[in-house]
Design a protein around this ligand. Structure first.
Ligand code: AQP
Length: 364
């Protein structure tokens, strides 16, 4: 079990994901089941940060917590993936990875973002009520620009598309890593301002972040990120994985010196895979001193291999049945579109875009 921090206007609250009806103080407006939504970009293979920060929550929240919608964010990924074969391979891999890691299509709706074309219309509508300054303050865009990575209007407007993704499904909860919390604040601002102008159209969502893996560190201690070259893939080749783990950057203090486990990224990574007892023991070892980082890394290699062994096997089986994956995505898209059409109609009516049209039959 892991601890979750619910981030909302009322402040952070502790939450145990396998206790139905948790986050009680904010449940009042759910009117039944809460709606959970999150998306993940098919920009490459998923890494430990994606898994521990986000995917682990998807799986925990699908079981009886509410109605869960998860999507593969290919429209977002278009800002970085510019090759059609690569894009379609990434989407296939993302679906396989999510299903292998435990996403259950009987419990949650899994779909590809662009299979719900309504999203682009909602994005445009929201764009017209988004102040430029709000987007200029977003750190994902600012960080990429500061690192000299290519930035286009799509990357700049990414939080508006993300707001559309969330608002389109009347989402209450958005399970994410810490890096996405600011974007959800932007979504809340956009929804609040739209509601203020046009009436109570949108549900105001809130981010949900795991306390122990809000920002999983990469091999160099910075945030683990696909684009920062410091990531370890969940389903990467075991030899490559081992090499990466053995290459985790550590300091050059003498072995005998006692060390503080707090804030040490090797310790942090170890604790994600280890049992609480193993983590406790390693903490004591750090504080006592007289240990080598190499032996911890070797132990971590074994822990990681064990941790994902079953998921690897499931992935191998799923890979052999691509038609099942296709069907899961088709069913998911159909379900997602039904909800999207309902919400878009509500939005169009609220802002006067539907006035000329009399009935749904006339539109078709
Ligand atoms: N290091 C991380 N720690 C915790 N959570 C993380 N997430 C990403 N990195 C970490 C969470 O994973 C989910 C999917 O995010 P995404 O689709 O935006 O993935 P990403 O941003 O592509 O991941 P990267 O590696 O950070 O990509 P680049 O380098 O391209 O920006 C989100 O919930 C995110 O918080």
């Amino acid at each position: 079990m892991f601890e979750v921090v619910c981030n909302d206007a009322m402040g952070a609250k502790k939450y145990q994901p396998d206790v139905p009806g948790a986050c009680v103080s904010t449940q009042a407006h759910y009117n039944g089941r809460m709606r959970i939504l999150s998306g993940i970009q098919p920009t490459g293979r998923f890494h430990w940060g994606n898994y521990f920060g986000a995917i682990r929550q998807y799986i925990a929240l699908q079981n009886g917590q509410g109605t869960a919608f998860y999507f593969i964010a290919n429209l977002h990924a278009l800002t970085t993936v510019r090759n059609k074969e690569q894009m379609s391979q990434n989407i296939q891999d993302a679906a396989l990875d999510l299903l292998a890691l435990g996403l259950d299509p009987n419990q949650a709706t899994l779909f590809v973002q662009s299979d719900v074309p309504e999203i682009s219309e909602l994005c445009w509508i929201l764009m017209t009520s988004t102040p430029m300054g709000l987007l200029e303050r977003c750190h994902a865009y600012k960080d990429k620009k500061a690192k000299g990575l290519p930035a286009d209007a799509g990357l700049f407007a990414y939080p508006v598309l993300m707001a559309a993704d969330i608002l389109m499904y009347d989402s209450d909860i958005v399970p994410v890593g810490e890096d996405q919390v600011q974007h959800i604040e932007v979504c809340r601002d956009i929804a609040g301002s739209f509601n203020h102008t046009f009436g109570e159209v949108f549900v105001i969502p809130r981010a949900q972040v795991l306390a122990d893996s809000a920002r999983v560190p990469g091999l160099n201690g910075g945030k683990m990120s696909k684009s920062y070259g410091n990531a370890v893939d969940v389903f990467g080749d075991l030899k490559v994985q081992k090499k990466k783990i053995m290459g985790i950057q550590t300091d050059s203090r003498p072995m005998e010196e006692p060390k503080n486990p707090e804030g040490d990224h090797l310790f942090e990574l170890y604790s994600l895979f280890a049992s609480p007892e193993q983590t406790e023991t390693l903490g004591e070892t750090y504080r006592r001193g007289n240990f080598g980082y190499g032996s911890i890394k070797k132990e971590l290699v074994g822990l990681v291999e064990n941790f994902f062994a079953e998921a690897r096997e499931r992935r191998r089986q799923l890979e052999a049945t691509p038609e099942i994956v296709r069907q899961v995505l088709a069913d998911g898209a159909a379900r997602a579109r039904r909800k999207a059409a309902e919400v878009l109609r509500r939005v169009q009516e609220a802002c006067g875009l539907r006035k000329q049209l009399q009935t749904d039959k006339e539109i078709q």
